[in-house]
Design a protein around this ligand. Structure first.
Ligand code: ADP
Ligand code: ADP
Ligand code: MG
Length: 670
């Protein structure tokens, strides 16, 4: 076994690798960018080396500097994590040349599986089932169209070099093919520097089921069962679970063996994932009719590996380290089995109501589920941040992964909801409430899974308000009164109840809730408080603070136990059913999220301008796409807020822009 390794990554995965290394008695070396100088992953390692500026290109992708750092610190091996250099064959080769062990597969296997089209040709030869499609080298547009016609619509055009859900276009009918091909190629060349594509049958209502495989240098390859990652947004995973609901022993074995064959075909060593798209022609309840097709192989540890760890009781990073140091796999296929059920939720900095627009900011409050609420080992949080850290625009938007284990799926689901309900994040928008709503949908809870689950259940997933204006106002008032009482008890001369006169006093609080002004009127009566919200009936308000800081609020016949965090004028109310925020109106600060203010169109976040679709003088209609920006691994379309004429375009494709920067100016044309 190694004595010291360098971890060429950041965030939660760097912390996660460091934790196993520490448990096994290995020393660790972190690398970091300017923005990450004080990041959690730096503190999690024994040593740390600065490798450059904020953007991945200037730091985490600077592989010569990373290799130099390993040499300088005496590390024997490099763990690449996922993303960044993990699937870079040149880096794997450079490690070997420098006398360092790359903790991952051989460079040749990375290359073989690197391009989707070529990997499909290899898989075809290894008799792994493929989605009907075209993955040839000839890229003549006329030929591609002919192939699409032959496959039959709908089809999916995929960038061969694509990844992370990017570079894909679904095409409904022949007439749309040429335009979709153009746009796919454009995105592919911009994002991956390679515009080769393949065309596949677009599988209807498919599931994404993947198999974890592991190989060693002694020729052994096993599969560690499956993960179902069907719940996706923008072709990216949101919830992942193991085992896959409804899986039969026979299908598991066939998929496992196909994955092992895929791995063997490229002489695979280490941790890898073979992703399958699964057709369910018989619907959700007929696993025997499910058909699986190879999609791609990810030649690294995957984000969702903890669910496999939870059901197998294994530490996959430990296996990676053992295999990389030349040891055989710790267990054989017949020694592996599944215990219970595990689900992972990716907690992202994003706004689900705005098409999952990534968010940035500072984690003013960041509290995880209390260990005391759960059995040890049943709830795991993998993260790379602490309270006070920033979610910057330089890296992806994942804040944390919440992983729960239960004896059954139902139990795991219940625990995940309870754990999500205990997350307290203030300062950055997140998908926590959205995730809870996904868990509650009939589709998810009854395991009617396919990749269209989110759009299918959209009615109950977006812009929901489980707390409601009355309870939100009652909570805000309770928090305000309690804070005033605290202040008073510390300062006997302050008189916050100075407005009280003739025994009965009332006060008015101007608030804003869900974009609407709300007037709250509070009356102090002899037998307690009375609250009137907007035009509603006045009703008794009662509240009591609990020792843990939560407030037990009773208002108008309802009861809710809330925790309120006040930041400036904004109060963040966390209840058992969900969370919301409410603002005191007089000192309202305007958020910069609004894309349009008058004729100004501003960048919703810092990022790069990918394309501009209009020129000065162009007439545009409301909703028309004007420009595309990229930030945090996603593209965002800037649309016209109203009909008008483009006065001026202020940035060109390739430009980096700051949040709030004016991108275009729209006029009325008069
Ligand atoms: P998976 O199939 O495991 O979800 P993805 O292709 O979405 O894999 O990427 C894996 C992870 O790699 C991402 O979630 C992200 O954390 C990380 N990653 C990939 N590219 C980048 C990048 N350019 N900057 C920061 N992180 C990245
Ligand atoms: P990436 O490299 O971006 O992960 P994948 O090829 O793994 O790309 O596909 C990502 C997702 O796109 C899948 O999980 C699935 O939801 C969807 N997808 C891919 N291929 C197909 C297909 N042929 N039919 C339907 N959906 C597909
Ligand atoms: Mg994939």
């Amino acid at each position: 076994m190694f004595k010291k390794i360098l971890i060429a990554n950041r965030g939660e995965i760097a912390c996660r690798v460091a934790a196993t290394a520490r448990r096994l008695g290995l020393k660790t070396v972190a690398v970091y960018s300017d923005a990450d100088a004080h990041a959690k992953h730096v503190m999690a390692c024994d040593e740390a080396v600065h490798v450059g500026g904020n953007s991945p290109k200037e730091s985490y992708l600077q592989w010569q500097r990373i290799i130099d750092a390993a040499k300088a610190t005496g590390a024997e091996a490099i763990h690449p994590g996922y993303g960044f250099l993990s699937e870079n064959e040149d880096f794997a080769q450079a490690c070997a040349k420098a006398g360092l062990v790359f903790i991952g597969p051989p460079a040749s296997a990375i290359k073989d599986m690197g391009l989707k089209a070529e990997s499909k040709r290899l898989m075809e030869a290894a008799q792994v089932p493929l989605v009907p499609g075209y993955h040839g080298a000839d890229q003549d547009p006329a030929l591609l169209q002919k192939e699409a016609d032959r496959i039959g619509y709908p089809v999916l055009i995929k960038a061969s070099a694509g990844g992370g859900g990017k570079g894909m276009r679904a095409v409904e009918k022949a007439a749309d093919f040429a335009a979709a091909l153009d746009s796919c190629k454009r995105e592919a060349i911009n994002s991956f520097g390679d515009d080769a594509v393949l065309v596949e049958k677009y599988v209807q209502r498919p599931r994404h089921i993947e198999i974890q495989v592991f190989g060693d240098t002694h020729g052994n390859v096993v599969y560690l069962f499956e993960r179902d990652c069907s719940v996706q947004r923008r072709h990216q995973k949101v919830l992942e679970e193991a085992p896959a609901p409804g899986m039969t022993e026979s299908l598991r074995q066939r998929m496992g063996e196909a994955a092992v064959a895929a791995a063997r075909a490229v002489k695979y060593v280490g941790a890898g994932t073979v992703e399958f798209i699964v057709e369910q022609p018989g619907g959700y309840d007929k696993p025997d009719e499910m058909k699986f097709y190879f999609m791609e192989m990810n030649t690294r540890l995957q984000v969702e590996h903890p669910v496999t760890e939870a059901i197998t009781g294994l530490d996959l990073v430990e296996w990676q380290l053992r295999v990389a140091s030349g040891e055989p796999l710790p267990l054989a296929q017949d020694e592996l089995d599944i215990q219970g059920h595990a689900i992972e939720a990716r907690i992202n900095a994003e706004n689900p109501d705005k098409n999952f627009l990534p968010a940035t900011g500072t984690l003013h409050v960041y509290r995880k589920p209390a260990a005391s609420s759960f059995e040890i080992d049943e709830v795991r949080v993998d993260d790379g941040v602490r309270e006070g850290d920033a979610i910057s625009p330089y890296y992806d938007s994942m804040i944390a992964k919440l992983i729960v284990w239960g004896a059954t799926r139902e139990e795991a689901l219940g625990k995940l909801d309870a754990a999500l309900a205990e997350m307290r994040i203030v300062g950055v928008q997140t998908n926590v409430q959205f995730l809870r709503r996904v868990l509650a949908t009939p589709s998810f809870s009854q395991a009617r899974l396919d990749t269209a689950l989110i759009p299918r259940e959209a009615d109950s997933l977006f812009k929901q308000d489980p707390i409601g204006v009355d309870m939100a106002v009652a909570s805000a008032v309770a928090q305000t009164v309690l804070a005033e009482q605290d202040a008073q008890s510390h300062d006997p001369f302050s008189r916050v109840d100075g407005f009280r006169s003739h025994g009965v006093a009332s006060r008015r609080i101007d608030l804003q809730y869900a974009g609407q002004p709300v007037v709250a009127k509070l009356r102090y009566l002899d037998d307690g408080l009375q609250l009137k919200v907007g035009e509603g009936e006045a009703a008794a308000l009662d509240f009591r603070r609990q020792p843990d800081g939560r407030i037990d609020v009773r208002y108008a016949g309802r009861r809710e136990v809330v925790q309120v965090f006040a930041r400036g004028e904004v109060m963040h109310v966390f209840g058992t059913q969900g969370a919301t925020l409410i603002t005191e109106l007089d000192v309202l600060t305007h958020s910069s999220e609004g894309v349009a203010e008058g004729g100004r169109l501003t960048a919703p976040m810092p990022g790069k301008v990918v394309s501009v679709a209009v020129r000065a003088g162009d007439k545009v209609r409301k909703g028309q796409a004007l420009a595309v920006m990229e930030a945090m691994k996603m593209e965002h379309t800037i649309a016209a807020p109203q009909d008008g004429v483009v006065d001026e375009v202020l940035y060109a494709p390739g430009d980096q822009v700051a949040e709030g920067a004016e991108l275009l100016r729209l006029g009325t044309g008069t």
